[in-house]
Design a protein around this ligand. Structure first.
Ligand SMILES: Cc1cc2nc3c(=O)[nH]c(=O)nc-3n(C[C@H](O)[C@H](O)[C@H](O)COP(=O)(O)O)c2cc1C
Length: 323
């Protein structure tokens, strides 16, 4: 399948694996890229720019296909060494960067000068327009359904994607709630030129995370996620568990007076314990509503091949048969 996304990234199928904290390591990124999509190493999961440089080198040993690095611009005072991470990306010869969080204007000149394609992940039409204005090559738009940070507007993809298509000229990846061929074909119908998936890629053979996390996704339904940190205007969609219930009780009790320090036990530093050790009740971890559509743990190649084959059948048989 050819879209502007496959052309810009130089890939076979219009399917991206979005950056995921403590999930997006070289093994997963390479597996997705080897399967014809584009995988992503999560930059900030690597503690230093030197660690990121090693992870990029490791990924290059596992694939000769293009892969991306995610750079998430966090709303915190003590910012990570972003210039150092950018240097590691450029010197590592990475071809695609997925930016997220705040707008990436400050790093754009460096990335563009190095010939790197930039896809900015955002959650609203206005942020997508800003990304286009500062020279991003594409945007990945996370709807309200998504795992992770859906923003504060709460617009689901059925509205958000066509609204973005109405306004933008650069190509769009539909992100959030994507799992299978139905997701891809529906996204194409809405005007997107491919899909970005997070939660679905966690439940794959190559995702280098504890099996407990994969089983939790399989066991979950679409009713099992919760929104946390909304009063802090840092909303995150997470899998419900005991820690999330504790966090939500604090939010209810403290109301508008809540500060980040009040929820730190449930959200800070918990990812290694969950993703690596499989300690599932220790804190809040991002997960999309799409968990309800995930029923198996295929390899990335099996997953992507299945999406592409079923998309072909959906378009040429089911949809074609309707007209
Ligand atoms: C466990 C997990 C961790 C994530 N970490 C990040 C991150 O560090 N940076 C980022 O830009 N997006 C992050 N995301 C968002 C994903 O890249 C992607 O946009 C989102 O998962 C899409 O929604 P879906 O889960 O419904 O597919 C994360 C998502 C999950 C599920």
């Amino acid at each position: 399948m050819k879209t502007r996304i496959t052309e810009i990234f130089g890939i076979e199928h219009p399917i991206m694996q979005g950056g995921m904290h403590y999930v997006g390591f070289a093994e997963l990124a390479a597996a997705v890229s080897n399967a014809g999509g584009i995988g992503t190493i999560t930059g900030l999961t690597q503690k230093t720019p030197a660690d990121l440089a090693n992870e990029i080198a490791r990924c290059k040993k596992l694939t000769d296909k293009p892969f991306a690095v995610n750079l998430t611009f966090l709303p915190i005072v003590n910012a990570p060494d972003y210039p150092g991470y950018v240097k590691a990306i450029i010197e590592g010869g990475v071809k695609v960067v997925e930016t997220a969080g705040r707008n990436p204007e400050s790093v754009m000149p460096y990335l563009k000068k190095a010939g790197i394609k930039v896809i900015h992940k955002c959650t609203s039409v206005r942020h997508a327009l800003k990304a286009q204005a500062i020279g991003c090559d594409a945007v990945s738009i996370d709807g309200f359904e998504c795992g992770g940070h859906p923003g504060e507007d709460d617009i689901p993809n059925m509205i958000l994607i066509p609204r973005a298509v109405e306004e933008l000229e650069i190509p769009i990846l539909a992100s959030g709630g994507m799992a299978d061929a139905r997701s891809l074909v529906a996204s194409l119908a809405l005007g997107a030129e491919g899909i970005n998936m997070g939660t679905r890629f966690m439940a794959t053979q190559e995702a280098p995370i504890h099996d407990n996390v994969k089983q939790a996704i399989l066991n979950a339904t679409e009713l099992d996620t919760r929104l946390v940190m909304r009063p802090l205007r840092n909303t995150e969609r997470v899998m419900n568990n005991a820690a999330v219930q504790r966090l939500l009780q604090k939010e209810e009790k403290l109301g508008k007076n809540i500060r980040f320090e009040d929820v730190i036990d449930e959200v800070a530093g918990v990812y290694p314990k969950i993703m690596m050790e499989g300690n599932m009740e220790v804190g809040a971890w991002s997960c999309g509503m799409v968990a309800g559509l995930i029923h198996d743990i295929p390899t990335c190649k099996e997953l992507i091949d299945r999406i592409m084959e079923e998309s072909h059948n959906l378009i040429t048989k089911r949809l074609n048969g309707l007209v």
